[in-house]
Design a protein. Structure first.
Lengths: 120, 547
């Protein structure tokens, strides 16, 4: 089963994404900060990471750099509340990029697209 | 036996002396005056005197000495008068011409004045004057302009016109400068072309004259060594005056003058006058040429200033926008997350709530209202985003200079010299200013770091077909073919420090722009990065949007 890791410091966002993506048939785990996420990544296999950019403590972009450096095969979708992050050059390393919305259709489409690209 | 000449008669009739001139009536009754002005040059008198010399006791012999000396003095006075007249003419000239020469800052105005002075009857009155100037690069002595008639018919017509209208020298020069200069250049263009000589041609008559800084008065150009027979033939081959124009030992040009139409011999006075005249002309030409160069430099500085001001304004605007962006980002975070949670869970709940359930309508309301709020948020944020016009038509050279201006301190600190070779008037390219600037900055920083002991970076921009090429060459140690292969993969770095993201990001950015990054390197010599931006032209773009 495809395993996803959700990293967001907002608990309810983690719950919401997990609920919706599990409905889509994915196996989902989540972390509330960069350190927890790094720990999970070290010990478990994941097919995709959904990463919030602005988090307390270590930011999503810092974690992204670590992931890209150590796990070049692991795709990452960045989530943001504000699309201006697209202009931050370190965000250009991510495989996907979405602006948060209560309608999760966009997120689901992006997950499908990135996974498909990975399997090509 | 004396000749019967009239010298010893108190009064005479007109037919008694064949040396009388019209208007000499007074001399018929004034023996002293007649004797001094006419008899001294009369062969009859001189013969009588010679004969008398034998009859008288020595004294008349002394007369002949006195007369000889008197005649010599007269001749000298004549020469001096003619010289004085020439000097007078020069002073009058220099006074009239000097004002223009000293005040004008337009080279062609100065040249008009000089050549008109040489060719006009009110000036030195030579038939033709040709000016050759040393070009800006100091490579060639080039035919600049010539003045004068090309044929006898034209000469007659011009002289008639001048006589009729009685222009002053200054007026004539002004008319020439304003109306005739281009047509005169055109009229003599073939001759001016033929007379041009490379400065390196040391044995050529023109260059020798210029190098020796001495005026030459040539009687027969055909017999002169050091001149191309074809050039001599085109000049007419006869007598020619060549005056080098020198200002503070700097070779300015060469002035040629002759009397090609009427063939009047060039006198020593002509030579001296024109030589004197050439001095202020040389100064004036050099001054105007320096002034022109100064103007060019000034306009470059002004353009640079304008550009700087524009960039400062742009930076200021961007700073303001960055602040707006920060505020917007804060609002976004504070509002977006709760909206996502409320609306998201509502949608989630909706899936498990049957249509007939009363709560279905309530949940629908929550979804609808959150959607509305999200739309308002989107509108506000997209407005603040639209204030960041980074993806636009940009001037590549401006981008390059902007990036290097930002790196100036780094370059200086690391003893890296930069040499720019930017093609002017490149078409603007549609690109993301921040991203391409980042690329260029990364490449430059890499080059600086590759040369820890300092070196040189050459930046070249050019338009090749429909591509704008930006080439950056360093004098670093170079890279192996393997390294070149891997430099664009993320986190590859030959450096001990640094993230190693630079070049891989560059590659990604350029890929987004549909651009290529070529790397060539020679170990021990340096590396060249070439960015090739395939960019449709702005005008083409405008045409398509207009349609």
């Amino acid at each position: 089963m495809t395993r996803l890791l959700i990293v967001d410091d907002e608990r309810d966002i983690r719950y919401l994404y997990a609920a919706e993506l599990e409905d889509e048939g994915f196996e989902v785990e989540s972390a509330g900060n960069g350190a927890d996420a790094a720990e999970l990544l070290k010990h478990h296999h994941f097919d995709l990471v959904i990463l919030d950019i602005q988090m307390k403590g270590e930011s999503g972009l810092q974690l992204l750099q670590k992931i890209v450096k150590e796990r070049t095969d692991l795709p990452v979708i960045l989530c943001t509340a504000f699309s201006c992050y697209k202009e931050d050059f370190s965000s250009w390393l991510a495989d996907g990029y979405i602006v948060k919305s209560s309608d999760l259709t966009e997120l689901k489409k992006e997950v499908a697209r990135v996974l498909k690209k990975k399997h090509l | 036996m004396l000749s019967g000449c009239c010298w010893n008669k108190e009064t005479i009739n007109t037919d008694e002396c064949r040396f009388l001139h019209p208007g000499d009536d007074e001399l018929l009754f004034n023996r002293k005056k007649r004797f001094l002005s006419r008899c001294l040059e009369c062969p009859g008198f001189l013969e009588d005197l010679r004969q008398m010399n034998g009859n008288f006791d020595g004294l008349p012999g002394l007369f002949s000495y006195a007369i000889e000396d008197l005649l010599a003095q007269r001749a000298e006075i004549c020469t001096l008068t003619s010289q004085a007249q020439a000097r007078n003419r020069e002073i009058r000239f220099l006074h009239e011409v000097g004002q223009v020469l000293q005040t004008s800052v337009a080279m062609d105005e100065v040249i008009s004045m000089a050549l008109t002075s040489i060719t006009s009857g009110k000036g030195f009155g030579l038939n033709r004057a040709i000016l050759l100037l040393v070009d800006k690069e100091r490579q060639n002595l080039k035919g600049h302009v010539a003045v004068g008639p090309r044929s006898r018919e034209e000469a007659g017509q011009i002289w008639h016109e001048i006589e009729e209208l009685d222009y002053s020298l200054k007026d004539m020069s002004q008319i020439f400068f304003e109306k005739k200069m281009p047509s005169e250049k055109e009229k003599f263009s073939d001759l001016l072309e033929i007379l041009s000589v490379p400065m390196s041609h040391n044995k050529h008559l023109f260059i020798t004259t210029l190098n020796e800084q001495k005026t030459r008065h040539i009687k027969n150009l055909y017999q002169e060594p050091g001149i191309d027979p074809w050039q001599a033939e085109n000049l007419g081959g006869g007598e020619l005056l060549m005056v080098p124009l020198i200002s503070r030992n700097r070779r300015i040009g060469l002035l040629l003058a002759d009397n090609i139409i009427n063939g009047r011999p060039i006198t020593i006075e002509d030579v001296q006058s024109i030589e004197t005249f050439a001095l202020p002309v040389s100064f004036a030409i050099e001054r105007t040429s320096l002034y022109e160069r100064l103007q060019e430099e000034l306009s470059k500085v002004t353009a640079a200033n304008t550009q700087l001001r524009e960039q400062q304004e742009l930076i200021l605007r961007m700073e303001k926008m960055a602040l707006v962006g920060k505020i917007a980002s804060n609002i976004a975070h504070t509002i977006r997350n709760p909206l996502t949670i409320i609306g998201g869970f509502a949608r989630n709940l909706m899936k498990s709530t049957p249509q007939e359930d009363a709560k279905h309508t309530y949940i629908e309301s929550i979804i609808r209202e959150t959607r509305r709020l999200e739309e308002v948020l989107e509108e506000v944020l997209s407005y603040s985003e639209s204030l960041h016009p980074t993806f636009d038509w940009w001037d590549i050279n401006q981008l390059i200079t902007g990036v290097f201006a930002g790196l100036r301190d780094d370059l200086k600190l690391n003893h890296v010299n930069c040499r720019f070779d930017l093609e002017p008037n490149l078409p603007k390219g549609k690109l993301d200013y921040k991203k391409i600037s980042y690329c260029l900055r990364s490449l430059t920083t890499n080059a600086i770091e590759a040369m820890p002991a300092g070196g040189q970076i050459e930046i070249h921009s050019a338009l090749c077909n429909d591509e704008i090429q930006i080439t950056l060459t360093d004098t670093g140690p170079g890279m192996t073919a393997e390294t070149i292969q891997s430099v664009t993969t993320p986190f590859f770095s030959t450096k001990d420090s640094g993230s190693g993201l630079g070049l891989s990001l560059c590659a990604r950015i350029l890929e987004e722009h549909g651009a290529n990054l070529d790397i060539t390197s020679e170990e021990g010599k340096g590396t060249t990065f070439t960015i090739r931006l395939k960019i449709s032209r702005e005008d083409e773009h405008d045409q398509t949007t207009d349609c």
